[in-house]
Design a protein around this ligand. Sequence first.
Ligand code: KG4
Ligand code: ZN
Length: 343
Amino acid sequence: MKILGIETSCDETAVAIVQAHIDPAQRILSNVVFSQIEQHKDYGGVVPELAARAHLEYLTPTLQQSLKVANLSLEDMDAIAVTAGPGLIGGVLVGLMTAKAIAMALDKPFLAINHLEGHALTPRLSHDVPFPYLLLLVSGGHCQFVEVKGLGDYHILGSTIDDAAGEAFDKVAQLMNLDYPGGPSLEKAARNGNPQRFNLPRPLKGRQGCDLSFSGLKTAARMAFQGLDFPTPQDINDVAACFQLAVVETLMNRAEHALQMLSAPVDHFVVAGGVAANQALRSQLSNLCQQRHLTFVAPPISLCTDNAAMIAWAGLERFSMGYKSDLDIGPRPRWPLSDISLF
Ligand code: KG4
Ligand code: ZN
């Protein structure tokens, strides 16, 4: 079984082909991502209208490239999967309409996929993680702990009450004039910084539940930075290191609470989403799992940030269970994981 996946919900135009295979290393036949970093970098963030236009321009060449890498044609696909939300409406529309057109013209089954479900199922694509598991989904737009009980069966244990962690990374990086996109640049700066120099808060630490909050921490990092008269590169590295440590320690505390909130014990703790690319976060989560005798799983970085292989894989899991979408389904700018049911 081969599934084509299309992802256009944010600033990556991506097309991938995955196949059902017992060996995870053989599953991805192509995974092409055209990143719009150049289009948005002057603005310090994603401009929705520019993103939609870029998706329109780049989707066809990205699709052609993906088929070429896999050495396959559209006729070889068993179904077409596409992100139908949540995300920026203009971009989602471009992908959704393209996928529908392909499915209609070639009379192929069509699968409308939730972007967050794509992230949530990625550890199954890369590592065959069995249900149930605890997921920390940390990206630019989302930050939540999810008890993944089965396909389409997601229980949100806690989520951010303000900013997502990735958004906070991006804003703090932008404030200090670090390169766009901010997350990876801030991590790089933090490597040479002193994480003890500034005393930044750990929001909601110790509080009941596993909700998260990053806007106060973002403000505290801004105050620390603006308190410096003429910030040197070392000052910037120090603010970055203190901010990153505060985010990681906050997430660790909330993760401990999330583990206590599960309805049934799990063997695996998985992390997904763009911020899961952060090495400091990965190593602390891995330590926590070691202490708790849990298996820690982090997908390869190319599958943590937005990509279409995760959408194709979610499509494959759903299609294998007999699921198909109607062609009249519309784009959904908001579509929480808790709102998905299998049929
Ligand atoms: O999942 P993703 O590619 O897009 C969304 O669905 O949001 O996540 C992008 C987010 C951005 O905020 C980016 O700065 C952050 O992930 N990110 C990182 C790192 N790499 C990407 N944050 C911290 N450290 C990183 N190494
Ligand atoms: Zn994402």
